[in-house]
Design a protein around this ligand. Structure first.
Ligand SMILES: NC(=O)c1ccc[n+]([C@@H]2O[C@H](COP(=O)([O-])OP(=O)(O)OC[C@H]3O[C@@H](n4cnc5c(N)ncnc54)[C@H](O)[C@@H]3O)[C@@H](O)[C@H]2O)c1
Length: 231
């Protein structure tokens, strides 16, 4: 008997990295998982891995920055599995071209705000009515250690700070509907995307681990369960 038996989870950014690890772990605990991502190959691979591990998952191609796309994805999840119990808003990520307020491009600023903050807002906007319809549920938003300590990546730091504030706002507002709202704040974690960023700079990777993790080293596969997607 799993801890999520009978639950339906909507996990964004689950075609790779931490989101994929989450999808496999949630399904392993008995949840039916909607794998929500822009990447069809990655999303289908997550579904394959989840089913191979004995779980139930469906890929729904979605752009979390597009209101119509998110509305369709929520409707498709409810149509496929009959309800929605868990919203895990994980899609996001920083880039190498983010930087100081006085230097970062306007496009990069809006990319981070649109993906990390607006994407989280949209999934909650369209997902919360379904959680209420189900009698309550759980929202997990992925912020980052940068929301607490600050970094020179102004756009990503501001976006994740916004996710943290939005989490608190929703926790207060939707508790009366039996909805718990929490945030997780990973430190540096060795996903494929992050490895690519730091591939040429081992010192920067070690610094990221020391700066953001109490253990002094970056998160690895064992931090999220022994599943592929997190190195
Ligand atoms: N890896 C780290 O060191 C780290 C540290 C702190 C926080 N985080 C956060 O954890 C989350 C996952 O990070 P990760 O390293 O696993 O990233 P990742 O790049 O491996 O996965 C992100 C996924 O989001 C998807 N995605 C991107 N834009 C999308 C969109 N518009 N619509 C739908 N899907 C979209 C990508 O296709 C990808 O599958 C992110 O929110 C990231 O900011 C990561």
């Amino acid at each position: 008997m799993g801890r999520l038996d009978g639950k339906v989870a909507f996990i964004t950014g689950s075609a790779s990295g931490i989101g994929r690890a989450g999808a496999i772990l949630f399904a392993g605990e008995g949840a039916k998982v909607a794998v929500i991502d822009m990447s069809r190959p990655g999303g289908e691979e997550t579904v394959r891995m989840t089913r191979e591990a004995g779980g139930d998952a469906t890929f729904i191609e979605t752009d979390v920055t597009d209101p119509a796309s998110v509305e369709r994805a929520i409707a498709a999840t409810v149509s496929r599995y009959g309800k929605l119990n868990v919203l895990y808003n994980n899609a996001g990520g920083s880039t190498n071209i983010d930087g100081l307020v006085t230097e970062v491009s306007i496009d990069e600023w809006w990319r981070a705000i649109r993906l990390d903050l607006f994407g989280t807002f949209l999934c909650c906007r369209f997902g919360i009515p379904e959680l209420i319809e189900a009698g309550g549920g759980s929202i997990v938003n992925t912020t980052s250690i940068v929301a607490m300590v600050g970094t020179a990546k102004a756009s990503y730091t501001a976006a994740k700070g916004g996710v943290l504030a939005l989490t608190r706002s929703m926790a207060v507002a939707y508790g009366k509907h039996n909805i718990r709202v929490n945030a997780v704040a990973p430190g540096a974690t060795q996903t494929e995307r992050v490895k690519e960023h730091l591939a040429h700079d081992k010192a920067a990777w070690e610094h990221a681990g020391k700066a953001s993790c109490r253990s002094g080293r970056a998160g690895r596969r064992s931090s999220y369960g022994a599943v592929p997607g997190v190195g």
